[in-house]
Design a protein around this ligand. Structure first.
Ligand SMILES: [Ca+2]
Ligand SMILES: [Ca+2]
Length: 166
């Protein structure tokens, strides 16, 4: 996957000089567009991606087309310091295959401790705006630097107030 990504980055840089129209005029558009830029570079590669800083900056702390029950262990797409460290997330999943990803405060996909869902092609540029919710829709702890596991799920596994992302 890494090799494919590096090739894609080169393509992305090559086309980045082409002017593109932007639908947004709000302040902070340039910052916000960085997640969109990363999304275009990755394409639909089947991954959930997470970053150490807001707006998909600060280096990618991990990416995974599978599930990872512990972002702080030594296996899977998220390891070691990735645990409790994400400030922004980007879902470059594949429609019909890897679509919705659930992000959890605790390890091992613990809905009771709190989770949030991110749809395919969506991103959330600032997790400090959100708190986790539990299976009953109750508000739980803050999301910023607290994601500890993730799993690909069906839309029906996500309550109406659990969605994040643009
Ligand atoms: Ca892991
Ligand atoms: Ca956590």
């Amino acid at each position: 996957m890494r090799k494919i990504r590096l090739a894609a980055v080169a393509v992305g840089l090559a086309v980045s000089v082409v002017p593109v129209s932007s639908p947004s005029s709000a302040a902070g558009t340039a910052m916000e567009s960085h997640c969109l830029t990363m999304k275009k570079i990755y394409g639909q590669d089947g991954d959930i991606n997470a970053y150490a800083d807001t707006f998909c900056y600060g280096g990618e702390i991990g990416y995974d087309s599978g599930d990872d029950p512990n972002w702080a262990d030594n296996s899977g797409g998220f390891r070691d310091s990735a645990g409790n460290n994400a400030m922004s997330v980007l879902n470059t999943g594949i429609p019909g295959k890897y679509e919705v990803v659930a992000l959890y405060d605790y390890e091992n996909y613990d809905y009771a401790a709190g989770y949030r869902c991110l749809g395919v092609g969506d991103w959330e540029s600032d997790l400090s705006k959100f708190r986790f919710v539990d299976s009953n829709g109750n508000t739980k702890g803050p999301m910023a630097r607290q994601i500890s596991s993730h799993r690909w799920v069906t839309r029906s596994a996500c309550s109406a107030n659990s969605w994040i992302g643009l």
